[in-house]
Design a protein around this ligand. Sequence first.
Ligand code: NAD
Length: 365
Amino acid sequence: MAKRTVTLIPGDGIGLETSAAMQRVVEASGAAIAWEVAEAGAHTMENCGTPLPDSTIEAVKRNGVAIKGPITTPVGTGFRSVNVALRRALGLYVCLRPVLSLPGAGGRYDDVDMVIVRENSEDLYAGIEFEEGSQAARDLIRFCEETGAGAIRPDSGISVKPISVTATRDIVEYAFDYAAKHGRTKVTAVHKANIMKHSDGLFLRVAREVAEERAASIGFDDRIVDAFCMNMVVDPSQFDVVVFPNLYGDIASDLAAGLVGGLGIAPGANIGKRYAVFEAVHGSAPDIAGQDKANPTAQILSAAMMLDHVGERVAAERIRRAVRAVYADGKYLTADIRKATRSSERAARCSEFTAALEEALEQMD
Ligand code: NAD
């Protein structure tokens, strides 16, 4: 059987370990996948003069599908986020993050099954910022004063939050399409429309318009983001498909991951009209990088999503079954899960956990 080529961007930090683990598990699943490795990240600067070479973007465009490890974004330097740049270059307007209880992973609930659909292209991630004291910041402050828009302290840095009708329509339509395709019954839109009337207010208005246009078989409601957070922590089972503007979706993803066992098990995907890049919710975890301590489950479950996407559904389901079996068995769990389950048993290394998954796959019918 011809192998399907997928671009692999290993990333940096724990990405190097979780990507290697993911490759081993995909191999053991029997999926017919060939990898084309492409580089991105701070270390790529030295060889290519850029953290995101054109050749990497071309590789994703050529293959249509990629899986990537996390990439470090140094804080407060001129180095912009490679992740944001990649999403922009490939038109990946959807960030999809399923949140599912995994028995044995130490989650607070055993009945979570919700899907976070996060807008990926605008909001405060647009990268439109004015440094405190700069001419542009001073001009903007004067403009706000002169037009009566409001007073801004002269020593302010300013980030702009654009939310458009176009991008909101795209993301809410995606959420409804996803719900219809996957037999889900409700879409919830999350916002802060009571305070930000022209950005979040627009998001809510357009979400309601899309809901009106869609089949009545899929319900719709909305929540203010702070109330949503409280409601999700108290009873996450009430949510099904939840659609967010970029920033709230980012924060809520980590919060939701925490409810089911933590960042170590939370998979995700960035999806556009032509390309898809699969990646875990977590970052490069510099505190544990290079120590064989990382939990590769999130990237392995992201690979299962990738396999579904390319039509390798049997291999994807085998991987998910193997993950459930290793967590249910409980002998080889990484340190983050031992901590979440308050277990005093020795934590498995990333490589030991991966070997347990390979064995579970080998023993499967
Ligand atoms: P992080 O997700 O890297 O780590 C947060 C905490 O969770 C750390 O204590 C870490 O050890 C733990 N953790 C995360 N993933 C884990 C795993 N698989 N197994 C075990 N423990 C895990 O978040 P951070 O520290 O805020 O970010 C570190 C860097 O990663 C930053 O530069 C950030 O910009 C970047 N980042 C990249 C991506 C991406 O590439 N998609 C996403 C988020 C953050």
